[in-house]
Design a protein around this ligand. Structure first.
Ligand SMILES: Nc1ncnc2c1ncn2[C@@H]1O[C@H](COP(=O)(O)OP(=O)(O)OP(=O)(O)O)[C@@H](O)[C@H]1O
Ligand SMILES: [Mg+2]
Length: 632
């Protein structure tokens, strides 16, 4: 009872997959109708010529070879005619194959490229909240293997469509020749078709499993190479090797099971047409004796059966790829149909204004989206209100997890508040255009990201109006000109994947220079100089507040811990558990807020201990920020 229920579910889902797979193919045809027409025309031409060639070969044997054998005379005229016909057919068949292959290839690769572009563009449109829920691995496989899988059946599809036309033509030609032979055809072709369907149905889950395991094996390999440092220092080589070996073994078994199925079905698919040919010869011999058909016709039909077998397999190829295609298509659609887009407004801030911007948070509340939709998101920020006045520096201080990075993300509109407003010069950031926002604010994130490119490209990012002079000016402000000038190729030095050839502090200063090169009117620094020597950190901040080149200073919101850095701020905002607990100058807070004093002192102690153990890349004793400012 349960078995029947399971079976009916299975057959229902496979019918479902067939229907949905055909709809995916329909979508492909709608997107590339002309190329599809070329490919199918090539394929239909080929199919009809296969039938024609069978009749020409039959004609040659019946009219030239048989008389020659029986009577020893060669009908030269007929032979020449047949040779010409066969040659013509061969040429046209080549044209057909060419058209089909070229069309199918074009169609498949064009669709893949188009959908890769769509998926990656969509990634960049989707808000950060969506990215928090989707791993990098998933994003990569959506844009690569899922897009590829969705369009796999496109390659054999024109062949399969042409084959269907050919089968109809073949059956028609059989009826035209002799009804008894046609009946043999009607028995053999559907059997061949059914065998292909069974084959592909059995094959599909095995191949899907193999595909999934391939991804897992490379995922494990990727992770253990990526984490080579942890693996080695923690002595996890044996465990990692075992984890990899287990999955690699599963993949081997899955591939062997694919091979075993192929071993069973391939011979059957080869044999069936031969059995058909045998049946044709038996039935044909009887019909020949009855005088219903000629030798020519018999040979033609027998030959037709042998040449039809191969193209029929194309239908099986398409069917075999459909489940994988549907699965890939579903994942691609999930990205393309993802909602939660962050629409930009239409207002702009005067681009000519180079004066610092005013940032204000008005009673902002924020919760990250929960991992599962039905759960409530945990409140991260509540009633956050503060202002960074034009040209001023505000330090954001608070224990780890207090919500400082979240405030920084809200300030540059990487995320939107659940309630309340974030404004720039009095305009809600949600009303601004993307360009206006990007031209006004810059965030230097807690974790620096460096592209695998030259120093110059990493700073300029192809933005208009940023030439080498601007790049050097930004590097000077970020106190990075010294080390960049000392690099072997200067601005042209490649920094390696994620900046692996740079020290942590150098990476941070490079990303700072990137932000500065755009001359933002509001700069948000999220613990952006933590790996930099404290003296240099204070010098950077002092330089930003009063640029040496006389340029306009930016308003600055800086997440910081070091006393020297905080002391430079006009105001300090102290946050705990997503709430603004206290605000005032550094001295005021030290005197009045015990939690603040504890935090700053604890950080200082930790830093001093660290300093004793390790030397920074530019060693100097810690001095107060004010002295630095006087120095300059
Ligand atoms: N992507 C996320 N999804 C869910 N919760 C998050 C996410 N990012 C941060 N949180 C949570 O929000 C709270 C605030 O995090 P946030 O990163 O803003 O803290 P922070 O003050 O910057 O901490 P740190 O000093 O360690 O950088 C924390 O409780 C954290 O667990
Ligand atoms: Mg943070």
């Amino acid at each position: 009872m349960r078995l029947t229920a399971g079976e009916s579910v299975a057959s229902k889902t496979s019918r479902d997959v067939l229907g949905r797979g055909l709809r995916v193919l329909g979508q492909a045809i709608r997107e590339q109708p002309r190329i599809f027409a070329v490919a199918v025309s090539g394929s239909v031409l080929f199919g009809l010529l296969v039938i024609a060639s069978a009749y020409v070969v039959g004609g040659v044997v019946g009219n030239v070879v048989v008389p020659a054998v029986e009577r020893g005379e060669v009908a030269r005229g007929a032979l020449a005619l047949a040779a010409t016909a066969l040659f013509g057919i061969s040429v046209l068949r080549v044209v057909g194959i060419f058209g089909r292959r070229l069309g199918a290839g074009y169609m498949q690769y064009r669709l893949q490229a188009a959908y890769r572009r769509r998926v990656t563009r969509r990634y960049l449109e989707l808000p950060l909240a969506w990215h928090h829920r989707n791993s990098t691995g998933t994003l990569l496989s959506n844009a690569n293997s899922d897009v590829e899988a969705a369009w796999y059946p496109i390659a054999p599809m024109p062949f399969a469509v042409g084959t269907l036309v050919m089968l109809v033509g073949a059956v028609a030609s059989l009826f035209f020749t002799d009804w008894a032979l046609a009946l043999v055809g009607l028995a053999v072709f559907p059997a061949l078709f059914a065998l292909n369907v069974v084959y592909s149905r059995r094959m599909a889950p095995r191949q899907a499993r193999a595909q999934r395991l391939r991804a897992e094996v490379s995922g494990i390999a990727h992770e253990s190479f990526d984490g080579a440092l942890v693996v080695k220092t923690m002595g996890r080589e044996a465990q990692e090797t075992a984890r990899f070996a287990a999955r690699a073994g599963d993949l081997r078994d899955a591939l062997i099971s694919v091979g075993r199925l192929r071993g069973v079905f391939d011979p059957m698919l080869e044999t069936l047409p031969s059995l058909g040919t045998l049946a044709v010869l038996v039935v044909g011999a009887i019909r020949l004796r009855q005088g219903a058909i000629t030798v020519t016709e018999l040979i033609s039909v027998a030959f037709l059966f042998t040449v039809l077998a191969f193209p029929v397999r194309a239908i099986g190829w398409v069917l075999a790829e459909l489940p994988r295609s549907v699965a890939g298509w579903d994942r691609v659609r999930r990205v393309l149909d993802a909602t939660g887009e962050m629409p930009y407004g239409t207002r702009t801030l005067d681009p000519a204004t180079r004066t610092p911007a005013t940032l204000a948070f008005h009673d902002v509340h924020f919760a990250y989206e929960p991992a599962e939709a039905h759960l409530p998101g945990a409140q991260v920020l509540g009633e956050v209100t503060f202002t960074v006045p034009a040209g001023k520096t505000v330090a954001l201080v608070g224990p780890t997890g207090a919500g400082k990075s979240t405030i920084a993300s809200l300030a540059v509109r990487l995320v939107d508040p659940g309630a309340g407003r974030v404004t720039l010069d009095g305009v809600d950031v949600r009303e601004l255009t993307a360009a206006s926002l990007a031209g006004t604010v810059a965030l230097v994130a807690q974790v620096p990201f460096v592209f695998d490119d030259t120093v110059r490209a990493n700073i300029a990012l192809d933005r208009a109006g940023i030439g080498d002079d601007e790049v050097w000016a930004a590097l000077r402000l970020a106190e990075a000109d010294g080390f960049v000038a000392a690099l072997p190729d200067g601005l042209d030095t490649m920094v390696g994947e994620r900046g692996t050839s740079l020290s942590g502090g150098q990476r941070q200063r490079l990303t700072l220079a990137r932000a500065l090169a755009g001359r933002p009117r509001l700069l948000v620094l999220d613990d952006a100089t933590s790996a930099v020597d404290p003296r240099v950190e204070a010098a950077i901040l002092a330089g930003l507040r009063a640029p040496a080149d006389g340029g306009a200073p930016a308003s600055i919101l800086v997440v910081a811990y070091r006393r020297a850095t905080i002391a430079l701020a006009d105001e300090v905002i102290y946050v705990e558990q997503g709430r603004v607990v206290a605000r005032g100058t550094h001295t005021e807070l030290l005197a009045t807020v015990p939690g603040y004093a504890d935090l700053v002192t604890a950080y200082e102690q930790a830093e001093q201990e660290r300093e004793q153990k390790q030397t920074y890349d530019e060693v100097t004793p810690m001095t107060s920020g004010l002295e630095i400012e006087v120095d300059r």
